[in-house]
Design a protein around this ligand. Structure first.
Ligand SMILES: *[C@@H]1O[C@H](CO)[C@@H](O)[C@H](O)[C@H]1NC(C)=O
Ligand SMILES: *[C@@H]1O[C@H](CO)[C@@H](O)[C@H](O)[C@H]1NC(C)=O
Ligand SMILES: *[C@@H]1O[C@H](CO)[C@@H](O)[C@H](O)[C@H]1NC(C)=O
Ligand SMILES: *[C@@H]1O[C@H](CO)[C@@H](O)[C@H](O)[C@H]1NC(C)=O
Length: 607
C-alpha cells in the first residue's frame, strides 16, 4: 500500500472511532430516554435531572413547571336523578333466545380468532398485521391491542385469557417508547380507558389495573404542564421528561383536545386526586366560553388554537374525524358526573341545535326513506357557507349519541332524529355490493335539488352526480347530456343509487355503525335492530377474515376485495364488543350502570 494511502486510512479510522465514542457519550449524557430535541438545558443541568439519576424514573416525581395552585374539585353534593336510559325489556321467547345465542357464539368465535392471531404473532406489540403476521407499533409500543381488549375478554367470559393478559401488562413501561411523539388523545382513549374499564368491569379487584392507570395518568398529566394549562396533544415526551419547556400548539384537532373528560374524571373519582379532573375542567371552560363566538355558533371548528386558548377561528365544521368525540363526550360526561353539573348538558343542547341546522342532511334515496347523514360545512365568508354532502363512517356514532342524550336529557322527540341517523348508515351499508359502508362518500342531498322535494327520480340523482361539491349550483346541461355524463360516471366509479362520489372505498374494521345500532337497541328494545346487526356482522366477517385474524378491505364497492394488512385495536376493543353486546342480555353492561368512552370502554357511573 502506498504510504500516503495508509496514512489516509489511519486518519479515517481514527476519526470514525472518535465519532463513535462521541456518539456513545452523547447517548450517555442524554440518559435512559435517548435524545432531546428541544431542551434548552445545559449538559450539567441535564445530568442533575431526576429523569437521569433516579434508578426508576417516575413521571409523578417530575416537578411541574406550571403547577396549579388551586385544583378544581369534582362536583360534589347529592346525586341528581338521571332518567332511566335502557328500555324495559320483556322476557324473551325461547325461539329468540336460541337465535340470539347462536349469533353471540359467532361473534365470540370472531373475537377468539382475532385474539389468537394477536397472541401468536404480536404479543405485547400494538397490533398484529392480519395478512402478513407481522406486527405494528404505532401507539407507543405498549401493547395497544392487549390493553384495549382487556374488558372485552372479561365481558365475553374469557377469564383465563383475561388473567394472562393482566399478568403480562405488568411489563408495560410507560417511562419510554420508541416513538418521538406520543399522541395524548389516542393514549388516553385506548390505554387509560382500557385500564380503567377493565378495573371497573372486573369488580375493581385487580389493583394492578388501577396502578397502571395512575402510572399512565401521571405521564399524560405532564402533557398539560404548559403556561396556559392547555395540553400538548402531539407530545415530545423526551423533552418533557428532561424538564424542558413546552407550550400547547397553535393548531390542535378538536377531538384531541376535547375528549379527555370521561377518562380523567373517572381516574379522579377512583383515586380521590382531583388533578386530572382539574386538567379537563379548564379545557371545558374554554369550550363553553367560546361556543357562541365561533363562525358557526354552537359548534367549534375542526382546528382549535390551544397556544392562545382561542377556539373560535376555524371555518370548517364537522362531527366526523378530527372532531367527533368532543361532541360525543358532552352528554356522556354529564352522566359520568352523576348529573351534578349542568355545564355539559347546556353545551350539548346548544351544539345539537346547530348540528341539526347545519350538518345533518337528508340524502335522496330510491325507497324515499327518511334518512339523515352528517356532512361537512365550510364557511368561505358570511355570505358563502356551503355543505359538503360527505358522509364518513366515523360520523355513524351520531345516532347513538343523539339517542343516549335524548334519554338522559328527556328530549324524547330526538329519538326520531337518532333513528334516521342510524337508518342513514344502514342504508349506506346495505347499498354496497359487499354490504359494508365505505370510509367516505358523497350523497345527493334532497335540499340541493331544485324544489327541495325529496322524492326519488333518476334525473335528480344524475344532476347531483354532475354537480361538483362544494359549489353546488344547478346544472344547465340538456337532460340528455346530463343523463349520459352521469351514466358514464356511475359506471366508472361503481356508484349505486343515491351515491354521487366514493371518496374513500375502504373499510377499516370501524365500529361506529354497530355502536349506534347497539345504543338504539338498548334504548328502544327494537329487535329488528338485532337482525340488521346480524346482517352487518356476516357481511363484515365474510369480507375481512384472514387465516391470522381480520383485515381491513380496499374496496367495499366490490365483493372479494383485497385486504389491507392492518387490524387496529378498535376491532377487538369496539367493533366486536358492540356486536357481542347487541346480542347479549340487556343487563350485560347496562347503559344505566356504565358510560362507554369513545373506544367502547365501559366506565362505572357514580351511584
Ligand atoms: C379555590 O377554588 C375554589 C373553587 O374551586 C374557591 O372557592 C376558593 O376560593 C379558591 N381558593 C383560592 C385560595 O384561590
Ligand atoms: C349560547 O347560545 C344559546 C342559545 O342559542 C344559549 O342557550 C346558551 O346558553 C349560550 N351559551 C353560552 C355559553 O352563553
Ligand atoms: C315531488 O317530485 C315527484 C317526482 O318528480 C313528484 O311526483 C311529486 O308530485 C313531487 N311532490 C311534491 C309535493 O311536489
Ligand atoms: C360472502 O362473500 C361472497 C363473495 O366473496 C359472496 O358471494 C357472499 O354472498 C357473501 N356472503 C355474505 C353473507 O355476505
Amino acid at each position: 500500500m502506498l504510504p500516503l494511502l495508509r496514512r489516509w486510512l489511519f486518519y479515517t479510522l481514527l476519526s470514525a472511532a472518535l465519532l463513535f465514542l462521541l456518539f456513545q457519550a452523547s447517548h450517555f449524557l442524554e440518559g435512559p430516554h435517548g435524545g432531546h430535541r428541544r431542551s434548552h438545558k445545559s449538559p450539567i443541568e441535564r445530568l442533575t435531572h431526576p429523569a437521569f439519576w433516579q434508578p426508576k424514573f417516575r413521571w409523578r416525581d417530575l416537578p411541574q413547571r406550571h403547577p396549579v395552585a388551586n385544583l378544581t374539585a369534582l362536583p360534589s353534593g347529592p346525586l341528581v336523578d338521571i332518567p332511566k336510559i335502557q328500555h324495559d325489556f320483556e322476557p324473551e321467547t325461547q325461539e329468540r333466545r336460541v337465535e340470539r345465542q347462536a349469533r353471540l357464539a359467532a361473534v365470540r368465535e370472531a373475537f377468539l380468532h382475532s385474539w389468537d392471531g394477536y397472541k401468536q404473532n404480536a404479543w405485547l406489540q400494538d397490533e398484529v398485521a392480519p395478512v402478513s403476521g407481522e406486527s405494528h407499533n404505532g401507539f407507543g409500543g405498549w401493547g395497544a391491542t392487549l390493553v384495549d381488549s382487556l374488558d372485552t375478554l372479561w365481558i365475553m367470559g374469557l377469564q383465563k385469557d383475561f388473567r394472562v393478559a393482566v399478568t403480562a401488562l405488568k411489563k408495560i413501561d410507560f417511562t419510554t417508547t420508541p416513538l418521538n411523539e406520543v399522541n395524548v388523545f389516542e393514549t388516553t382513549i385506548r390505554y387509560l380507558g382500557g385500564f380503567l374499564s377493565a378495573y371497573d368491569v372486573s369488580g375493581q379487584k385487580h389493583k394492578i389495573l388501577l396502578e397502571k392507570a395512575v402510572e399512565l395518568g401521571d405521564m399524560l398529566y405532564v402533557a398539560f404542564d404548559t403556561p396556559n394549562r392547555m395540553p400538548v396533544t402531539r407530545w415530545d415526551w423526551k423533552n418533557a421528561a428532561l424538564g424542558g419547556s413546552q407550550e400547547a400548539a397553535r393548531f390542535s384537532l378538536l377531538a384531541e383536545v376535547g375528549s379527555f373528560t370521561l377518562e380523567f374524571t373517572r381516574l379522579s373519582q377512583l383515586t380521590g386526586d382531583n388533578k386530572w379532573y382539574d386538567a379537563i375542567a379548564r379545557i371545558t371552560d374554554v369550550f363553553e366560553d367560546s361556543q357562541n363566538r365561533t363562525k358557526i355558533p354552537g359548534m367549534w371548528g375542526v382546528m382549535v388554537d390551544t397556544l392562545n386558548a382561542d377556539f373560535t377561528r376555524d371555518t370548517t365544521f364537522s362531527i366526523g374525524g378530527m372532531a367527533d368525540s368532543l361532541y360525543e363526550y358532552l352528554p356522556k360526561q354529564h352522566l359520568m358526573l352523576g348529573g351534578r353539573s349542568d355545564q355539559y348538558r347546556g353545551m350539548y343542547s346548544t351544539a345539537l341545535a346547530s348540528i341539526k341546522q347545519h350538518i345533518f342532511f337528508r340524502p335522496l334515496n330510491p325507497d324515499n326513506q327518511q334518512l339523515l347523514l352528517s356532512g361537512t360545512l365550510k364557511r368561505f365568508s358570511s355570505a358563502h357557507i356551503s355543505l359538503i354532502p360527505e358522509a364518513q363512517h366515523l360520523t355513524c356514532f351520531a345516532g347513538g349519541m343523539v339517542a343516549l342524550a335524548a334519554k338522559a336529557f328527556q328530549q324524547t322527540h330526538e329519538l326520531e332524529t337518532a333513528r334516521q341517523l342510524v337508518d342513514g348508515c344502514l342504508w349506506a351499508y346495505e347499498s354496497m355490493p359487499s354490504g359494508i359502508m365505505p370510509e367516505a362518500f358523497h350523497a345527493a342531498p334532497c335540499e340541493e335539488t331544485a324544489d327541495g322535494n325529496c322524492t326519488w327520480t333518476d334525473q335528480k340523482w344524475y344532476r347531483a352526480i354532475n354537480t361538483p361539491a362544494p359549489t353546488k349550483q344547478p346544472v344547465d346541461d340538456t337532460p340528455e347530456q346530463t343523463m349520459k355524463d352521469a351514466q358514464l360516471t356511475i359506471k366508472a366509479a361503481k356508484l349505486v343509487p343515491g351515491f354521487t362520489r366514493i371518496i374513500d372505498p375502504r373499510y377499516m374494521l370501524r365500529p361506529e355503525a354497530i355502536e349506534s345500532l347497539f345504543v338504539l337497541y338498548r334504548i328502544t328494545g327494537d329487535h329488528t335492530l338485532q337482525d340488521k346487526a346480524w346482517n352487518m356482522f356476516q357481511a363484515i366477517s365474510n369480507a375481512t377474515k384472514t387465516t391470522i385474524a381480520y383485515a381491513g378491505i380496499q374496496d367495499v364497492s366490490e365483493t372479494g376485495s383485497d385486504w389491507i394488512d392492518t387490524m387496529e385495536s378498535f376491532w377487538t376493543a369496539e367493533t366486536l364488543k358492540y356486536f357481542y353486546l347487541i346480542f347479549s342480555e340487556p343487563d350485560v353492561i347496562s347503559l344505566d350502570d356504565y358510560v362507554l368512552n369513545t373506544e367502547a370502554h365501559p366506565l362505572l357511573r357514580p351511584k
